[in-house]
Design a binder for this molecule. Structure first.
Ligand SMILES: N[C@@H](CCC(=O)N[C@@H](CS)C(=O)NCC(=O)O)C(=O)O
Length: 216
């Protein structure tokens, strides 16, 4: 298999972490693009992903883009029942949290950390405080849902990590960054869960080399 990715991207980190969690690193050829240098802007890559974005997995004739479906595909390929349950009700639960993180939780988190961490690392201008405040307001709304959900479980589907955690927790390095201004102290269970994610072997193996540069 070939996996196209870039460093310091939460979308790519979740897929790379899934590769490690599933023990697939030896059969995966990693193609790492420097997006700032435009290394992905080629006709060859556009033929693989017309969106010209990473991550992308190529497995034989399959060219799969979008991080969450890639993780589900890899799990099913490995029959990783605990990591990505095939039972209908559980699969719907996985998809629910994945939709939620894209549309709500990580969108809000991304609004904040783009301003407070990524723009600073890449020298893209001063922090826009209004955008940070709006991101924080959205984050509080959705983090409260996760805070309640984690009242009686260690991970999103129960006591073991699954693809749902890899999706929802994909921005952990940015969220936990000291400059992030993500109001995590108001949500102690969410904070503890993000720290549990960072402690997972697959997460440790994929930690950004310089968390300060963990930009999307
Ligand atoms: N929804 C996509 C997001 C992919 C995405 O935005 N990738 C970024 C890196 S994190 C990218 O490739 N950007 C390059 C570009 O837009 O030119 C996924 O989950 O895979």
């Amino acid at each position: 298999m070939e996996l196209y990715l870039t460093d310091l991207s939460p979308n790519c980190r979740r897929v790379l972490a899934a590769i490690h969690h599933l023990g697939l690193e030896d059969e995966t050829d990693i193609q790492n693009f420097n997006l700032f240098a435009g290394e992905h802007q080629t006709e060859a890559f556009k033929a693989i992903n017309p969106n010209v974005k990473v991550p992308v997995l190529v497995d034989g004739d399959l060219k799969l883009w979008e991080a969450n479906p890639i993780m589900i595909y890899l799990s099913d390929r490995q029959n990783a029942e605990t990591f990505c349950p095939s039972d209908n009700a559980m699969r719907i639960e996985v998809l629910r949290w994945m939709s939620w993180e894209v549309q709500h939780f990580n969108r809000a988190l991304g609004e904040i950390v783009w301003e407070t961490v990524a723009k600073q690392v890449f020298g893209l201008g001063p922090v826009d405080e209004e955008k940070v405040a709006s991101g924080q307001e959205n984050f509080r709304r959705f983090a409260a849902v996760l805070e309640d959900h984690l009242a009686d479980r260690e991970f999103i589907l129960g006591d073991t990590p699954t693809v749902a955690d890899f999706a929802v927790g994909s921005h952990s390095a940015l969220a936990l960054h000291p400059q992030s201004q993500v109001p995590l102290l108001e949500f102690p269970r969410v904070l503890a869960w993000l720290e549990r994610m960072e402690a997972l072997p697959a997460w440790q193996k994929t930690a950004p080399q310089a968390p300060a540069e963990a930009a999307e």
